[in-house]
Design a protein around this ligand. Structure first.
Ligand code: BGC
Length: 461
């Protein structure tokens, strides 16, 4: 770092560094909020029961059609479960066009129905995928991964609570997304009915548990940030009226991206506040806006723009691209963090001098480190709530899968919060897997988990 930029670097450190004590304070509050979400009155964190009441045995089999609607892509897959983590997944990926994110309900569902139609028609899935055995007709059963908060009364129903991840499609909040998708499929004469609705975190949990029965948590860090875990019904006061067996498991989709919407404990910077203000849903998803892939590049852009405006970076240069919202994404951030700059230079259309690169790298490092450390708080809160000192966390999501450093930092911070010894913390940081709590990566866990849920549901029907 060149000497004249040191004060700026110190100021940034001051904004983004989070001490072990602060992590512990955040986790303690987080744990209370998880419990509150399960209570009759509820709280900030929705803690949505998924009606997935069994983990897989590992012996589920069959071929299932799945649709996975994430923050930027839709995937239609033909998933064949063999057993014990052996899965074959033939998939086709569709990039969700930007305009769909703010379109009308019909436009969104018609688009998704067309994705399903494209695959079902062309690839002869009617012959391969299971209808559920109960209905001997030609209608295929679809397991639908919908990675947004829904209130579920059953496994194939879900009312959208609110959009997240920058989506703002009119006419879906407060509606049953399963009926809306099925209507669109009918409009297009696609012979498919939804048998299972599942969140990506619950899918990741199931996919990881299919291979490793020690899995207790499924976590996503990608465009959004969230986890699901295995609860028991006696700990869910808000379901008391359903008279469920008290010791029966229930997978809870926490939707903890909404943690600290009351702004009690998270150390928000002026950049976090700006992002929130300019987002389609201000005041919501406070934790997600500090940790997930959709926002990390935008935090980076706001911070660089601020330094530039204060004449501390790119002095005397014209950088109009910096004023473009979401011009930078988390890939630019990881590239700079890893000491590269070609894509950043091409987006900003300037060449970076050494001292400028140094400051951008420092900033990228701080933003990623903060995201990793905060991400550990949610995981630690579930472990503390459930008294889990050792278990497996199934993990999926582009940010976690593509960024080893961030992953290592998350594990190290988890060790700091849970008071692991120095050896385990180091192992966490290095990613050797020699830690009391391990991460198990399940690429495409969200789709594969949907197929597993469909298999479990079919076996119970
Ligand atoms: C959604 C969750 C989802 C997470 C990860 C959040 O924005 O609300 O349902 O699990 O993103 O995709």
């Amino acid at each position: 770092m060149s000497r004249d930029l040191e004060p700026e670097a110190r100021e940034l450190e001051h904004m983004f560094d989070i001490s072990t004590e602060k992590l512990k304070e955040i986790t303690e509050h987080f744990t209370k909020e998880l419990t509150k979400g399960l209570s009759v009155d509820g709280g900030n964190i929705p803690m949505n029961p998924t009606w997935l009441m069994n983990k897989p045995t590992g012996y589920e089999q069959g071929t299932y059609l799945t649709l996975d609607m994430g923050g930027s892509k839709a995937r239609v897959c033909q998933v064949t479960l063999k057993q014990k983590g052996q899965v074959e997944n033939k998939q086709r990926e569709f990039f969700i066009p930007k305009h769909i994110k703010t379109a009308t309900a019909n436009e969104l569902w018609d688009y998704l129905a067309e994705c399903v139609e494209a695959v079902v028609d062309k690839e002869g899935m009617l012959a391969k995928c299971q209808n559920d055995g109960e209905h001997q007709d030609d209608t295929l059963r679809l397991a639908f991964t919908f990675s947004y908060p829904v209130t579920q009364d059953s496994i194939n129903h879900g009312v959208l609570q609110r959009w997240t991840k920058g989506f703002d499609v009119k006419g879906v909040e407060g509606q049953n997304v399963v009926s809306q998708l099925e209507e669109a499929l009918r409009r297009k004469n696609v012979p498919v009915k939804v048998s299972v609705l599942i969140n990506d975190t619950a899918g990741t949990l199931l996919a990881s548990a299919y291979a490793d029965p020690d899995t207790q948590i499924g976590a996503i860090l990608g465009t959004g940030c969230n986890s699901a875990y295995v609860e028991t019904c006696n700990n869910i006061p808000k379901l008391q009226h359903r008279n469920l067996a008290p010791d029966s498991p229930m997978i809870i989709n926490c939707e903890y991206g909404a943690f600290d919407n009351e702004h009690c404990v998270l150390p928000r910077t002026k950049y976090d506040k700006l992002i929130d203000k300019e987002s389609p849903r201000p005041g919501q998803q406070t934790y997600e806006k500090m940790t997930s892939g959709l926002y990390l590049g935008e935090i980076f852009r706001h911070a660089i723009l601020d330094l530039h405006t204060r004449n501390q970076l790119f002095v005397g240069k014209q950088v109009p691209a910096l004023s473009q919202p979401y011009a930078l994404d988390c890939l630019h951030l990881s590239e700079v963090d890893g000491n590269g700059s070609s894509s950043l230079q091409s987006v900003l259309q300037i060449s970076l001098e050494k001292h400028e690169m140094d400051l951008c790298q420092k900033l990228a490092d701080l933003i990623n480190a903060r995201a990793a450390r905060l991400c550990a708080c949610g995981l630690a809160a579930i472990c503390k709530k459930k008294g889990l000192s050792s278990c497996v966390i199934g993990v999926d999501g582009s940010v976690m899968l593509k960024n080893d450093v961030l992953r290592g930092r998350t594990m190290k911070a988890l060790g700091e919060i849970l008071d692991w010894d120095a050896k385990s913390r180091q192992a966490g940081e290095k990613g050797t897997g020699d830690t009391p709590i391990r991460m198990h990566f399940v690429k495409d866990g969200s789709s594969e988990g949907a197929a597993i849920a469909a298999a479990i549901a079919a076996a119970q029907a």
